[in-house]
Design a protein around this ligand. Structure first.
Ligand SMILES: [Zn+2]
Length: 238
């Protein structure tokens, strides 16, 4: 008998292979149908499974589809146990939850949801600050005037957890509306915008196991911002 929770897996297995293997284990004796895994960023992270016309269609959230193999295996157990109305072997629910709860994963998921909900970018003119001239100034001062201007906008909500982000889908830099207030010094807004411009300049580094968003080069260049420490202090006080 196998020890539940430490089932064998191979890091090379594709999502289809994982689902096929576990399907075979749960539906002992039955032949395994053709399996298609579709990855979409907006699917519920729990995924969806549908068996019809001899085909098993699995819809996976991109967060999970790229997770370490044991996590994908746990999700396969969760979805297939549900499909077969079988009791879920212990360990899998916890393994999935643990992964989803990791701060980094939560943050990315939040970003995806935010992107999904926004149909258009607000535009650079906020109530206090206009990002357009600030971008032009920073572009000239730090990027030799060479950076192509993305869409610029303000977030809908006043998120504190995220002061700015670069939205690849819309090629847009979005700053939190919390920065668009009289009490926030312009330097703080400039710094957040500068940080996001650096993200445009330094695409995400996929080397190694972890996504490196702020590489060493990124951090070195970030410190070139005039008033770097001052701006960071200002943001801490928000
Ligand atoms: Zn960043």
């Amino acid at each position: 008998m196998q020890v539940q929770g430490v089932l064998p897996f191979s890091a090379e297995e594709t999502n289809e292979e994982i689902f096929a293997r576990i399907y075979g284990e749960i539906a002992r004796g039955k032949s395994v149908p053709a399996i298609v895994c579709i990855v979409r960023p907006y699917v519920n992270t729990m995924g969806k499974i549908n068996l019809a016309a001899g085909k098993l269609e699995v819809r996976l959230n991109s967060l999970i589809a790229g997770a370490p193999a044991p996590v994908r295996e746990s999700l396969a157990w969760i979805l297939l146990s549900k499909l077969f109305r079988r009791k879920l072997p212990p360990g899998h629910a916890a393994s999935y939850r643990q992964y989803m709860n990791r701060k980094e994963v939560r943050r990315t998921h939040q970003l995806v949801r935010q992107t999904k909900g926004r149909k258009y970018v607000s535009g650079p003119q906020g109530e206090v600050y206009n990002l357009d001239p600030i971008f032009d100034e920073l572009c000239l001062k730090y990027f030799g005037g060479l950076m192509q201007k993305p869409q610029l906008g303000w977030s809908k909500g006043v998120a504190r957890w995220l002061l700015g982000h670069f939205d690849h889908t819309h090629n847009a830099i979005i700053l939190s509306r919390i920065l668009d207030r009289e009490c926030v010094p312009r330097l703080a807004v400039e710094y957040v915008l500068y940080h996001e411009m650096l993200h445009l300049k330094h695409p995400v580094d996929h080397r190694g196991a972890r996504r490196r968003v702020h590489t060493r080069e990124f951090k070195v260049e970030e410190k070139l911002f005039e008033g770097f420490k001052e701006a960071k202090e200002m943001l801490k006080r928000l």
